[in-house]
Design a protein around this ligand. Structure first.
Ligand SMILES: *Cc1c(COP(=O)(O)O)cnc(C)c1O
Length: 454
């Protein structure tokens, strides 16, 4: 293709990593067949929400004959109707008038502020901790046994998903102070907390880091006896499988994975896959083979997104393909309450039907998957079903994961609501005044239990 991308971001021989950003958008949307006014509207959206793709996504993943309806195109390219039309028109007018960057940014920031840029827990990422110590930058002690690591060199991705719940980070709007390069301090926190059995590297995408950087975070952890697993949350398999095949540090990265396994720990590679088409290329299949050959276990997860993967056949096909390639289906998430959630959200009732229809068609080997699951402040809330009790229609739910381990695995109910799309839309049922993680308040509505306990 004729678009000239940005210079390589990672040192590389052969086909280098190339990022395409907003300045390449016109050429790309023209290729998708958009008319001039549609192109302008898409560009307006890309001034509010982050946009970044790369040559692999463009050349191998997007089906340009099917664009703009192609699910992978929709996965990475902003859509004109993702934001309120008057906001889009306002920015489009500024672009047409050749407004200054400052003027554009001010308007974009106003639009962003309306999109709940900091959903629960995102702004106090290093605050919810279980002990009484000072928060450690770069660490979120999420659950008793699990801490999240946010390495400061890992705060971007090989491409951006249009539905990303961390979108605010990528437009410079979020407080990034929680990310850290203080490796000794982060390691020491894990060492001094024997209850921590699992460290989850997240970001951004930790696999954006070269081997020489990520190994500085991982290797010290291998000395810690009580640590059982190191997880890497990443979309690199889908967006840049070269990271594990032909990139200059691909072999060293695999050796690092081997070292983790040899140290007696589980290397859990948490792969974000949104659509079965992401498994089509020979390159990704080879990358999966190579990662698995190190002894790492690849688990797969993704949110359920309207217009991208909102039908059971897509999930069934995805789980079957993952299984075939030796990967373990892990979570189907519900889209979080931030960014263009109105655009992407699938109501919980429908999400549950999609999950069930896909789940009932796959073998027990793929039924390792849990969902639809909301990653919310109290923990992971799973929608188990819809029932009728004494004439009242109800959702049955349970916590898969909770800050308060006592609550895990106990079923609870909420009033059925066909439009409810997030935990905050749900109301307790059968006479209950609050949910299990809340305490009853005088007003009758539940309040979150003392967050220092959670
Ligand atoms: C899912 C999730 C975890 C890990 O939870 P598990 O149920 O142990 O896999 C940690 N942090 C966040 C933000 C999550 O969404």
């Amino acid at each position: 293709m004729s678009v000239t991308p940005d210079a390589a971001l990672s040192p590389s021989a052969g086909r280098r990593f190339r990022a395409y950003t907003t300045k390449h958008l016109d050429e790309l949307t023209a290729r998708a067949g958009l008319a001039a006014d549609e192109q302008l509207a898409v560009k307006a959206v890309a001034h509010v929400l982050p946009f970044r793709v790369n040559s692999y996504v463009i050349d191998e993943l997007v089906d340009w004959d099917a664009a703009p309806d192609d699910p992978i195109y929709r996965l990475v390219f902003p859509q004109a109707d993702m934001l309120p039309s008057d906001d889009v028109a306002r920015i489009a007018d500024l672009l047409k008038a050749g407004a200054s960057r400052k003027e554009l940014n001010e308007t974009a920031n106003k639009v962003r502020a309306k999109l709940n840029p900091h959903p629960a827990g995102q702004m106090d990422l290093n605050v919810p901790k279980l002990g009484n110590e000072e928060p450690i930058p770069g660490i979120q002690h999420k659950y008793r046994e699990t801490v999240l690591f946010f390495p400061k060199q890992g705060q971007t991705c090989h491409a951006y998903c249009t539905y990303c719940f961390r979108w605010a980070q990528f437009v410079g709007d979020a407080d990034l102070k929680f990310a850290s390069g203080e490796i000794d301090q982060m390691t020491e926190y894990v060492r001094s907390h024997p209850e921590i059995t699992s460290v989850l590297f997240t970001g951004g995408d930790p696999m954006i880091m070269g081997e020489s950087v990520i190994s500085r975070y991982i290797e010290p952890l291998l000395e810690i006896e009580h640590l059982e697993a190191i997880r890497i949350g990443t979309k690199a398999l889908a967006y840049w499988p070269q990271r594990f095949t032909t990139d200059p540090d691909a072999d060293e990265t695999l050796r690092l994975f081997e070292k983790v396994v040899e140290s007696g720990k589980n290397l859990a590679f948490m792969a974000h896959f949104s659509h079965p088409n992401e498994m089509r290329s020979e390159l990704v299949q080879e990358a999966v083979r190579r990662i698995r050959s190190t002894g790492a276990i690849i688990r797969t997860q993704a949110p359920l997104i309207r217009t991208i993967n909102d039908d059971s056949a897509t999930w069934e096909s995805m789980w079957r393909t993952h299984l075939r390639h030796g990967m373990v289906p892990y979570y189907m998430f519900v889209e979080r309450d931030t960014g263009p959630q109105d655009y992407f959200a699938v109501p919980l009732a429908e999400a549950y039907e999609i999950f069930r229809e896909a789940y009932q068609n796959v073998s027990g080997l793929a039924r390792t998957v849990r969902g639809p699951s909301m990653s919310a402040t109290p923990g992971k809330v799973c929608v188990d079903g819809v029932v009728e009790v004494g004439g009242e229609k109800l959702f049955v739910l349970h916590l898969i994961q909770s800050r308060d381990a006592e609550l895990v695995g106990k079923p609870f109910f909420a009033k059925y609501d066909e439009k409810a799309a997030w935990l905050s839309d749900l109301k307790p049922a059968l006479g209950a005044t609050h949910f299990p993680w809340e305490v009853a308040s005088d007003a009758g509505a539940g309040e979150l239990i003392d967050p220092t306990r959670l």
